[in-house]
Write a protein that binds this ligand. Sequence first.
Ligand SMILES: Cc1cc2nc3c(=O)[nH]c(=O)nc-3n(C[C@H](O)[C@H](O)[C@H](O)COP(=O)(O)OP(=O)(O)OC[C@H]3O[C@@H](n4cnc5c(N)ncnc54)[C@H](O)[C@@H]3O)c2cc1C
Length: 314
Amino acid sequence: MSAATKTVSLFDRLPPIRGAYRVNYPLSRITWFKVGGVADVLIRPADADDLAAFLMACPPDIPLTILGVGSNILVRDGGIRGVVVRLGRGFSDIVVEGTRIDAGAGALDINIARLAAESSLAGLEFLSGIPGTIGGAVRMNAGAYGGDLGSVLDSVTILDRTGQVATLTAADLDFAYRQSRLPPQALVISCALSSSPGEPKEIRNRMAEIRQAREATQPVRTRTGGSTFRNPGGPNGDAPRAWELIDAAGCRGLTRGGAMVSPLHCNFLENVGQATATDLEALGEEVRQRVADHSGILLQWEIERLGDPVRGAV
Ligand SMILES: Cc1cc2nc3c(=O)[nH]c(=O)nc-3n(C[C@H](O)[C@H](O)[C@H](O)COP(=O)(O)OP(=O)(O)OC[C@H]3O[C@@H](n4cnc5c(N)ncnc54)[C@H](O)[C@@H]3O)c2cc1C
């Protein structure tokens, strides 16, 4: 049976949704690196009820992957088997109630930070420096410039693989450096964040500082995936940071195919031409090896690598 025929039969097994279906959808269109193969099927549910109904009726053997805006992932060239869920407009509402902010999981972190600022609420400025959705931020415990999700999250609402809804508190998620204990198959559909009353001018100044710092130190206008490797000592501590180890190992500016270690911030990889996911992953592995040879420290990937190296077995 050809891959195309298998995809058709997969599609035939899926329940209808009110939102949109796409078959053989090129994920390079929606990932920051602009690389990666196709999703067998990509769905954009209309809203949380649509997604819950889909999950209840979706056969349990069909693999399911949820994506935000793809700013922390490397989708391999063979693509992702089964169904990829992308949260669209029906998941992007942001509502302020006192010092609490309720956001759909597809809301962009920057939009939450902006609305908080407009509402004179402080504590969420760091979100303006993270180019993802709040759902992705919960999964990765995204953080920047002294703040992270774990310190501002009250609760998340999730759907499990069978479409059952549940609410988890920040304590349930046991946040640590760039990780949470969100159950592996859980789909975040919304979250509640806490903030505190603040001085609008100070909040705006803090966001401007973050923007300037990012533009000066990160290749934010390139096709990248953010920090490639975790800092071995966590967010703080005395251990050398990943970029320092990479620099000391002579990897700044290293290239492979269309992939390059960013000359501006050497813990970022960039797609500078027609890079494939294979180029980017192989370059990352070369960096790990060179750093291990030079310092004895084996870096761990922070970017999540998803999917198959080669299109084939479905
Ligand atoms: C230029 C640049 C700068 C960056 N700077 C920072 C930074 O300072 N700090 C930082 O922490 N990160 C940074 N990142 C990484 C990235 O932006 C964050 O990790 C972000 O939170 C990822 O969100 P996303 O929507 O893009 O998720 P994706 O990359 O699409 O997905 C990431 C993970 O989250 C899961 N996921 C996504 N949505 C959901 C959901 N609704 N429910 C359950 N799981 C979900 C995915 O399955 C995947 O496992 C940077 C990235 C870039 C490109």
